[in-house]
Write a protein that binds this ligand. Structure first.
Ligand SMILES: [Fe+2]
Ligand SMILES: [Fe+2]
Length: 138
């Protein structure tokens, strides 16, 4: 598809297939919200997709945090805090858009910016830690 809101780029890859696939899935859900923005039933469907995004994000964050714990990742607490802040932000946006649909594009930009920066900066940092320590994730 050529009009994707976020397009996967191999720069985002951590080289850990399981994590890359989960990041791709998150991008796919955010793209799905985007696809519905101008649909007639947007106000019914978008909250449902945001719920799906929140659920899958929690699942993904748990995958990462379990790996941090398993392999004693030194930056666990800071990373976990960033995850929690994002979950809180999703909740906040989903409440706010109920009263104000004009902020949907602002929300989309927030989601894209947060996710890509988090992958490129914070997630990449643990990817490097695992690699430097010869930790193989299956
Ligand atoms: Fe991640
Ligand atoms: Fe993360």
């Amino acid at each position: 598809m050529s009009n994707e809101f976020i397009r996967w780029n191999d720069l985002y890859s951590l080289g850990i297939e399981k994590i890359d696939n989960q990041h791709k899935k998150l991008i796919e859900i955010i793209n799905k919200i985007f696809d519905f923005l101008s649909e007639e039933k947007a106000e019914v469907i978008i909250p449902e997709i945001i719920k799906e995004l929140k659920d899958y994000t929690q699942y993904h964050f748990k995958t990462e945090e379990d790996l941090f714990e398993q392999y004693d990742y030194p930056d666990t607490e800071d990373h976990r805090l960033k995850h929690q802040e994002f979950i809180d932000m999703i909740g906040k946006w989903s409440n706010e858009i109920k009263n104000n649909k004009n902020i949907l594009y602002e929300m989309m930009n927030f989601l894209r910016k947060w996710l890509l920066e988090h992958i490129l900066h914070d997630d990449r940092a643990y990817g490097k830690f695992f690699k430097d320590n010869n930790i193989q994730i299956n």
